[in-house]
Design a protein. Structure first.
Length: 570
């Protein structure tokens, strides 16, 4: 244990025993001081990072925890930054998810904003994150906030900030807000709420939002024949996805009742993350018992959606985020073309760690696919910077997709409805979703992707992650599965290097701590520390031509990824 770290933690905790904090908080801080050691250090050794999208952390007392005071600090800094931008009569919208304390945290944030003269629209009950993005633009707000920790475990909560375009913060506002938050002290927080400036938002925005979602429909084929099992995983999607599906014309939707009630303890799952097979296990079991065609599940704040599809024998097969993104992009572009409405100025978008299959499909329809850094805010940024072009659909491998531009973040409500429409359309033509995916692979090439997340918690974990990235930069792999690594991309300095010639070029993307290695065979490995969790993530993407058996080709590609993992000692 570093004496300096203990000293800093002690200093921070001592402040929290002062009159700036309520009696309960003071008592907890004093108890932590008396316990000392790591019990004191972890909550107090640093300030919780306010990153480019906001904050996410474990709830509790301390500077490195989510609580009313760290949220108040962030909110005060955000309000001051917006005022310094010269905006008059500031307006903001606030939504919150089903997590423990989200509602009370949202109320505290509204009080601080109102005390700073910001007219604040506070949703009366929990609402999905994409509806907040929609509301920011619909209500002409200067910014918006969602109290959520997305798909993190139950002990977490968080704070996501949106700007007036409905997207999360991007340059220059991200750095501007961060600097102002860091310059704000606890004594600067204004707690004297102006109740006249806090306006409750009811169902009016709900109706406009679900009308917008239903209006994205491109076909009604097969909607009344498709059997869907939907799980909310105890989150906000229960208030929006079933109504949106009904409004879009789907009549056979079963709910997983045991997971329908919003509950921040997420009692039926270890993690409310639809990327994990265990989270959808109850829905899959129900679908197999009832012969359903499709399983849809959303994370607590309803920006990610996971699916499973009937394989034709009654067994449900989970799809990864890349497969679902490819199915969505193909369906939407093909439907536009068949309807004769494919815009001449349309485009798609995907992040750099998302499957190249999206770009391949887009090219077949003469639609450009723009690539961006990881994080959906960068797709929103592309939309903002291309007002002369029309965004059609985009996505990222982490189960986030967007259709149209009324929302400027990944939208699991609209995505769930459009995924169901894709499945219904396939069924109306005598195909399962899996057969539709196979057809795409046979036409464009069979891709297989895999994500590995390695968790490294606490101070030592952060250093381990940094050391892993340094090692990869200093000693990149020479070969992978017998194929030479020919391209190395370091997004931290926005450079791409041809390892055969030494020639370098710019990626033209902003700096980000992401490394990518591309082999002579065209396969790709990417590494990046998570910006929201104590993890380092490795993304693998391999491809080949589909052989006689789609399943056998998939198994071959999976073995290739296994070889990559072994060679990288992961």
């Amino acid at each position: 244990m570093s004496a300096d770290v203990l000293s800093l933690a002690t200093q921070n905790a001592t402040l929290w025993t002062s009159d700036l904090f309520d009696a309960e908080t003071r008592a907890e801080a004093q108890a932590l001081l008396e316990q000392g050691g790591d019990t004191l250090i972890e909550p107090f050794y640093k300030d919780l990072d306010f990153g480019t999208g906001g904050m996410r952390g474990i709830m509790g007392v301390g500077t490195n925890r989510i609580n009313p005071y760290t949220l108040g600090l962030a909110t005060q800094g955000l309000a001051v930054y917006a005022q310094h931008m010269g905006r008059k009569d500031l307006k903001a919208a606030i939504a919150y998810d089903s997590r423990n304390n989200s509602q009370s945290f949202a109320r505290k944030v509204a009080e601080v904003l109102s005390a700073n003269g910001v007219h604040t629209y506070l949703f009366e009950e929990l609402r999905p994150t994409p509806e907040l993005s929609f509301a920011v633009r619909e209500l002409s707000c200067d910014f918006g906030i969602v109290l959520t920790a997305s798909h993190n475990p139950k002990e977490y909560n968080g704070y996501k900030v949106y700007w007036n375009d409905g997207g999360q913060l991007v340059p220059p506002h991200d750095k501007g807000v961060i600097e102002q938050v860091r310059a704000t002290r606890f004594e600067d927080i204004r707690w004297d709420a102006n109740e006249a400036l806090i306006e409750t938002v009811g169902t009016a925005i709900d109706d406009k939002y679900t009308d917008m979602v239903a209006g994205l429909s491109l076909s009604n084929a097969g909607k009344t024949e498709l059997d869907i099992v939907f799980t909310a995983l105890h989150g906000t999607s229960i208030v929006s996805v079933p109504p949106a599906l009904a409004k879009a014309g789907f009549t056979n939707v079963q709910l997983v009742e045991a997971q329908s009630a919003p509950d921040g303890n997420f009692p039926t799952v270890a993690s409310p993350n639809p990327e994990e097979s265990a989270a959808l296990a109850m829905a899959v079991a129900q679908a197999e018992a009832t012969g359903a065609d499709l399983v849809i599940g959303c994370d607590p704040d309803t920006d990610r959606v996971g699916i499973a599809a009937n394989d034709g024998t009654g067994k449900m097969q989970l799809l990864n985020g890349n497969d679902t993104a490819a199915l969505l992009v193909h369906y939407i572009l093909n439907a536009y073309k068949e309807n004769g409405t494919l815009p001449s100025n349309g485009f798609t978008a995907a992040t750099v760690v998302t499957t190249d299959l999206i770009a391949d499909i887009s090219a077949a329809y003469s639609v450009p696919c723009y690539r961006c850094l990881t994080g959906f805010k960068w797709i929103a940024d592309i939309i903002n910077h291309k007002p002369e072009e029309q965004f059609l659909v985009g996505g990222e491998e982490s189960y986030g997709y967007l259709i149209g531009d009324a929302v400027r973040d990944k939208d699991a409500v609209a995505s769930a409805v459009m995924i169901a429409e894709m499945a219904a359309n396939a069924k109306s033509q005598g195909r399962t979703v899996l057969q539709q995916l196979e057809a795409i692979h046979r036409e464009f090439g069979q891709y297989q992707e895999r994500l590995i997340s390695i968790t490294k918690k606490g101070r030592s974990g952060a250093q381990e992650i940094a050391d892993m990235m340094t090692a990869l930069r200093n000693d990149p792999p020479k070969t992978l599965a017998g194929s030479l690594v020919v391209i190395a991309i370091d997004h931290n300095n926005s450079t791409q290097t041809d390892l055969r010639t030494g020639a370098t070029s710019s990626t033209t993307l902003p700096a980000s701590n992401v490394l990518q290695f591309i082999t002579e065979a065209g396969d790709k490995v990417s590494a990046r520390p998570s910006g929201t969790e104590p993890k380092i993530k490795f993304y693998f993407s391999v491809r080949t031509t589909t052989g006689d058996s789609h399943a056998a080709t998939k198994a071959e590609l999976e073995r290739k990824i296994d070889t990559f993992i072994e060679e990288l000692n992961l």
